[in-house]
Design a protein around this ligand. Structure first.
Ligand code: ARG
Length: 462
């Protein structure tokens, strides 16, 4: 029987019952539901609504229910309960009879469900933060391992200027740091207790809600009961943060897929994250990376889904809101899995140093430096840019790199070019020059690595 059967004469249509039940999705909230119910029993005692021995029995039974199901939560699905809240209450009533029937005094599933979900989100935020930190560590390790390797940097997927491979690693390190901080920031807004808001208007029972918040380790207590039961901003925010995080992982994957192409051949991926073709024996496909890129779509989908879901909802609780969990659960799991897989990919990644540097040399990525050289000789940048462009055009026609052109030829374009030009446009020199704060010079990159190492250590301590 449903918890709300009294007012009804007819049983629910069997198809409607299936349609209405959310147990198959929300059973994962079991731990949080038990935690919230224990806290609720304590506050019922505190407010003298139940007796001490009744609270004790409720708490013991709730712990027992959890112990029984902890390692096999899927067993919950054998029941035909409407949702996890009904399942726990039914169990309590089965175990304790009339005492079990007291647990829902002053409480509604409307404040209960969002309490559970907030507790669950707090747990997940912390676990995803750990995974981000692990991936950041892998990027840092890689940037140290291949510290001196030069790769071409791209704009418009055209070779632009040479950069250190480490600089590329640290670019993603920065993105991950922002994802991490976004999660920390959102935690403050998740860490608010809505329990005690009743169905929408508050509860008529005199309960100390701040005390209740402490029982569940919530830092704050919600301030408006209508808002408390209606608000899922925190879910939307988490999905938005997940979408940004996945977007970063997707770009990371796309870069590596490109670096791994036969045409680039900058990197080699380990066998353990690639797969072969059933037809073409030579193939070694970057499946893990492609899947990360592909799975980004479903996370975006969940964000759009929930935004649309809430757009026209009147206050306060509406059953539409039951649709808030599936996408969230799926997205956070997807994000976490992708963070873990990314780490494994980096662990086995090998850089073809020689190929990278050869490629950087081929692409005229030092032509800005040639222009800068001319500026140092007294020419305005706009003119030097033009001269450098002409020299590149000539070099292309001769199938030569800039440094393969002899001095006479170079001087045909500008008399101010002297023998020192060759030193000025080596890849190493180009890199060294980019010494502005945050630039790709070895000095800048090294100091960034040092700083990040200290930051990571601090985050581990916290
Ligand atoms: N299963 C519901 C959900 O996930 C719990 C709240 C039910 N509230 C109600 N008034 N029917 O949203």
């Amino acid at each position: 029987m449903a918890l709300w059967g009294g007012r009804f004469l007819k049983k629910p249509n069997s198809l409607f019952k299936k349609f209405n039940n959310s147990l198959k999705i929300d059973y994962v909230l079991i731990k949080e539901d038990i935690k919230g119910s224990i806290a609720w029993s304590k506050i019922l005692l505190d407010s003298k609504i139940i007796k001490k021995n009744e609270q004790k029995q409720l708490e013991t039974s709730l712990n027992l229910i959890y112990k029984e199901i902890k390692n096999t939560p899927k067993k919950i699905l054998l029941s035909n309960s409407e949702d996890i809240h009904s399942w726990v209450e039914k169990k309590l009533i089965y175990m304790l009879g009339d005492i079990g029937k007291k647990i829902h005094t002053g409480r509604s599933r409307n404040d209960q469900v969002t309490t559970d979900l907030r507790l669950w989100c707090k747990k997940k935020i912390n676990s995803i933060k750990k995974n981000i930190l692990n991936l950041k560590k892998s990027l840092l390790c890689l940037s140290e391992k291949y510290f001196s390797v030069i790769i071409p940097g791209y704009t418009h997927l055209q070779q632009a200027q040479p950069i250190l491979f480490s600089h590329w690693c640290l670019a993603y390190f920065e993105m991950l740091s922002r994802d991490f901080d976004r999660l920390s920031d959102s935690f403050k807004r998740v860490d608010i207790n809505p329990l005690g808001s009743g169905a929408l208007a508050g509860t008529g029972w005199k309960i100390n809600r701040n005390k209740l918040s402490n029982f569940m380790n919530f830092s704050k207590t919600s301030r408006n009961s209508l808002d408390s039961v209606s608000d899922r901003d925190y879910v939307i925010e988490l999905l938005s943060i997940s979408s940004i995080g996945m977007m970063h992982l997707s770009r990371f994957s796309e870069d590596l897929i490109f670096f791994n192409s036969v045409e680039c051949n900058f990197i080699e991926l380990s066998d353990d994250v690639t797969s072969g073709s059933s037809l073409m024996p030579q193939k070694k496909n970057p499946d893990a990376l492609e899947l990360i890129r592909g799975k980004t779509g479903r996370v975006y989908g969940s964000l759009i889904n929930i935004l649309v879901l809430f757009k026209g909802l009147p206050l306060s609780y509406n059953k539409d809101m039951q649709e808030d969990k599936e996408g969230l659960f799926d997205s956070l799991k997807t994000w976490k899995d992708c963070l873990k897989i990314s780490k494994i990919i980096l662990l086995g990644l090998k850089l073809n140093q020689h190929v990278c540097e050869k490629s950087a040399e081929k692409g005229y990525s030092n032509s800005t430096d040639l222009a800068d050289y001319l500026v140092k000789k007294g020419i305005s940048f706009r003119d030097s840019h033009h001269i450098s462009g002409k020299i590149v055009l000539y070099a292309i026609s001769k199938k030569k790199s800039l440094s393969q052109l002899n001095l006479n030829k170079l001087q045909n374009f500008c008399k101010l070019i002297k023998n020192d030009i060759y030193k000025y446009i080596t890849l190493k020199k180009c890199l060294k020059q980019k010494n502005s704060k945050g630039g790709t010079s070895p000095k800048q990159v090294l100091s960034a690595i040092k700083k990040y190492k200290i930051d990571i250590l601090k985050k581990n301590i916290n």
